[in-house]
Ligand binder design. Structure first.
Ligand code: HEC
Length: 139
């Protein structure tokens, strides 16, 4: 009885796990990890907490309309956002709310390039990119 209940419980978990995990996202993360290690041999893995700090900090070093990532992606990454420059809607960036997130390498690189310049006034480092994705993957 308990065993069959456990089996049912395990099966019920499968769809959400399949949805959240994605080999393409893992590959992007392991690429950034390789770059991070090259830049700093002491690199010891990505950190969701640092990713959250990157997301919430008011950098105000780029475009004055977008002091932080939250300016467009909102304080809650599970919510839809709005582009503070164009007013256009943006789908949620949290993986739990949008399973397609961080699965297209070119798109991810293009947006990090654009958004980090607009907020931090510089490129994000591979560690920052990996931390950010790690944070969003847990949201
Ligand atoms: C000017 C508004 C704006 C700001 C500020 C902004 N973003 Fe974005 N972001 C967008 C838009 C627009 C997209 C592309 C549309 C989409 O993916 O829904 C996007 C998408 C992304 C993506 C691609 C996600 C994927 O699944 O491919 C990443 C990565 C990203 N943003 C990171 C950041 C980071 C990091 C910051 C803060 C340093 C930030 N964004 C701040 C507007 C913004």
């Amino acid at each position: 009885m308990i065993r069959s209940l456990l089996a049912v419980a395990a099966l019920a978990l499968v769809p959400s796990l399949v949805q959240a995990a994605d080999a393409r996202r893992d590959a992007i993360l392991s690429d950034y990890a390789g770059q991070a290690k090259k830049a700093d041999p002491a690199f010891a893995g990505f950190d969701a907490k640092r990713g959250e700090t990157l997301f919430r900090t008011k950098w105000a070093k780029g475009d004055e309309r977008t002091p932080s990532c939250t300016s467009c992606h909102t304080d809650d990454p599970r919510n839809p956002g709005r582009n503070a420059k164009t007013g256009r809607p943006i789908e949620p960036v949290a993986v739990s709310a949008n399973a397609k997130r961080f699965t297209d390498r070119d798109e991810v690189e293009k947006q990090f390039g654009r958004d980090c310049k607009g907020v931090l006034g510089r490129e994000c480092t591979p560690i920052e990119k990996g931390d950010y994705i790690t944070f969003m993957a847990g949201q």
